[in-house]
Write a protein that binds this ligand. Structure first.
Ligand code: ADP
Ligand code: MG
Length: 691
């Protein structure tokens, strides 16, 4: 572990920067600082076929002329650069004098830089230029750098020089800790080769082989760690055994179930039941797209708990949603003698006392509520099951609090409508079991989604009127990312007023719901819409989760470019719940970013939550998707959970096979794996807690 300041070319200042900016403290750290891509300097682009904005291109040609253009701050030097396919402009905003001297008209040179667009033409600002005689071919690794590092001449090239210096100063042999059989079966490069090739590849194939090997070992270790942790957790956790299917479940199933369960609902229910008979503590994630019928699965599971003499609780992230669950469960259970209660932040003190007592003496069997359930004063007689709806809204600590409500932890069923790509789930929820409802109840018509610009608003209003005339209802949702944003409120209120003008009384009635209303007002407005007394609901994302108004057939999302994909998908899920054909209209400004464009196109193209989650993962990366709290724990050096999904799956499989053949990694050939794993388990003691 030699400190980085001992490397040739690194003095105290640079050492300091390397530590602060990119966390390189030692020789070791530098070795594991990998390039994120390679530029093949032997391949040239054609001017006529420049692939994409902001992509680095390498061109071979000559400068045919130059001139200065513009005045003041826009003053610039412009050169015409020509290859066999066409012409492009090279532009400098600084250093014109120096460049003018350096350029020789009509000499063949190599130009390298990022292509930009200006006035509908391609140009390359501040390109690198090399005379063809001095051009080095071969692969050039590109390392991530920062502004401050670049200022100290530690840009990608500078960092590569450090790698060269390190190689000279300390030639290292790397021992392979992967067993030979795994290397051979998966055609992986040795560790030694990979570590050389990753920094100094001669061919694209070498670079590929190096990355593959290093990603694989990183992911394999991660999966081994997860599997071992899961095993440890399982042997430690004792759970209630639900061995009876009793009268609550049976009566409901036979007499009250208003429809046939879908195949997926039945399968998931079986998975849950088998968990509950093992004697282990259930910790299961239930994924199912919006409208796939998770609530019913939750209800049946809760009835099982009741049949086995336990109480059950269902926790929702918002008051509106808790109330809706409460109402719909009551409706489902009508005619059955089940004592069901509701507890939210606005439950009165007087009612609360009654509720607390009924929970403690066991009279209250089912409790529905919000975060209020977590309060210490809420004590159960014998809580056997906790269902958490829309998991992504609850933090890890809150979930843990729930299962301390009984001496043996209650079974936990977590439901989420934000599908998580499989490979990501394998990693982030590696120690949870996952069930998926991948089928919608029959008779649903897919929602038609369109993208409209602000200037088409009148047409959109016209369409709303048609739908309302047919007796349908409409949601209009405004972004309100932070409850305190004044500007957002102004937009919302302006939108509300504009809607009231375009849809005047007495023919039309408009509701409004947002986070700064009193709970009672919110409920009042919401109920008017639910009962069909108002036709239009103007709202913020408070209605994002779970609200169920089957007669609503149009969802209009204002400033849709400001929403993330999973949120758009959630919002869209508020319609298409009845038998009517439903629509989602994404309103945006005229100019939106390429990422926003991709989000809109994805929404228009597909209704499949898993497909949307994949695109979301590509656009935002796993950190954003899972919340920073969880991503920080997983600092992967080279593998990328979004792009290397197939490798995650492969690593998972290999890890499973290895542990099956040699559960404690005692065999000779697994000695390397074992010591790496022991190290990993020690260095992340908190890890078991993340899921
Ligand atoms: P989500 O998975 O989004 O929570 P819900 O549980 O709210 O979905 O279900 C959406 C709607 O579908 C509800 O009105 C529910 O009663 C209905 N539903 C659930 N399961 C079925 C089924 N098997 N057949 C028909 N309708 C169903
Ligand atoms: Mg739901």
């Amino acid at each position: 572990m030699t400190p980085i300041e001992f490397l040739k070319g690194v003095g105290p200042n640079r050492a300091d920067l390397l530590k602060k900016e990119i966390g390189i403290h030692t020789f070791q750290d530098l070795l594991y600082y990998f390039p994120f891509r390679y530029v093949d300097r032997s391949v040239f682009n054609q001017i006529a076929e420049i692939p994409e904005l902001n992509m680095p291109v390498q061109l071979k040609g000559r400068i045919t002329g130059m001139r200065e253009e513009g005045v003041g701050r826009r003053k610039r030097l412009v050169a015409n650069f020509q290859d066999t396919s066409g012409m492009i402009q090279l532009v400098w905003f600084k250093g014109a004098q120096w460049i003018k001297k350096a350029i020789k008209i009509n000499d063949t040179i190599v130009v390298y830089g990022k292509a930009a667009r200006f006035a509908n033409k391609w140009n390359i600002p501040h390109p690198e230029m090399t005379p063809i005689q001095q051009h080095e071919t071969g692969l050039q690794p590109v390392y991530p750098s920062t502004e401050k590092l670049t200022a100290s001449r530690l840009d990608s090239k500078g960092l590569h020089k450090l790698q060269l210096a390190l190689k000279e100063q300390m030639p290292i042999q790397f021992e392979d800790w992967l067993p030979d059989t795994i290397l051979k079966e998966n055609k992986l490069a040795s560790r030694n080769q990979a570590m050389q090739w990753v920094h100094f590849p001669k061919t694209p194939e070498q670079a590929e082989a190096a990355k593959l090997r290093l990603k694989f070992e990183e992911l394999l270790l991660l999966q081994l760690e997860l599997l071992v942790r899961k095993k440890i957790a399982l042997t430690k956790s004792e759970g209630f055994v639900y061995d009876k299917v009793g009268s609550n479940f049976n009566t409901f199933y036979e007499k009250h179930l208003p429809f046939e369960l879908t195949g997926a609902q039945k399968r998931v229910l079986k998975e849950i039941r088998s968990d509950m008979t093992t004697g282990n503590h259930m910790n299961r994630l239930l994924q199912g797209d919006v409208g796939s019928g998770k609530t019913l699965v939750a209800l049946l599971t809760m009835l099982l708990a009741l049949d086995n003499g336990f109480q059950a609780a269902l926790m929702a992230p918002t008051e509106i949603l808790a109330i809706q669950h409460f109402e719909s469960l009551k409706e489902f259970l009508k005619g059955m003698e089940i004592n069901i209660g509701l507890l939210t932040g606005s439950t009165k003190q007087k009612d609360r006392r009654v509720l607390h007592e009924a929970l403690q003496n066991g009279e209250m069997q089912l409790l529905i509520g919000t975060h209020a359930l977590l309060e210490d004063t809420v004590q159960f007689k014998n809580l056997g099951l906790v269902v958490i709806d829309e998991q992504h809204r609850f933090g890890v600590a809150q979930r843990a609090k729930m299962w301390r409500k009984n001496t043996t932890p209650p079974h936990v069923l977590i439901m989420t409508a934000t599908p998580i790509p499989r490979t990501l789930a394998m990693t982030f929820y590696g120690d949870l079991d996952v069930s998926v409802i991948d089928e919608l109840p029959p008779g649903r018509k897919p929602i038609t989604t369109v993208h409209r610009k602000d200037e088409q608003r009148l047409r959109v209003f016209g369409f709303m009127k048609e739908e309302i005339t047919k007796g349908r209802q409409v949601y209009i949702v405004y972004p309100l990312i932070h409850e305190s944003e004044k500007l957002d409120y102004n937009n919302l209120m302006e939108g509300y007023e504009a809607i009231q003008r375009a849809f005047p009384l007495p023919e039309y009635r408009v509701s409004i719901v947002h986070g700064q209303q009193k709970p009672a007002d919110k409920e009042f407005e919401m109920n008017r819409f639910v009962r069909g007394e108002t036709q239009i609901m103007v709202a913020t994302t408070v209605i994002e989760v779970g609200v169920n108004v089957p007669n609503a057939s149009v969802m209009i999302i204002e400033s849709a470019e400001r929403f993330g994909l999973s949120q758009l998908h959630q919002l869209r899920g508020r319609v298409g719940r009845g038998a009517e054909k439903s629509y989602c209209i994404l309103m945006t400004g005229d100019k939106i970013s390429p990422d926003s464009k991709k989000r809109m196109n994805t929404m228009v193209r597909t209704n499949d939550g898993f497909e949307i989650a994949e695109v979301d993962l590509q656009l935002r990366g796993p950190g954003d998707l899972m919340g920073t709290q969880q991503s920080g724990v997983l600092d992967l050096k080279i593998a990328n959970l979004a792009r290397d999904g197939h490798l995650v799956a492969l690593a998972r499989k290999v890890a499973t096979d290895v542990l099956q053949a040699d559960p404690n990694l005692e065999q000779e050939e697994n000695a390397g794996l074992r010591s790496q794993l022991v190290h990993a388990l020690k260095s992340r003691p908190d890890w078991g807690k993340i899921a």
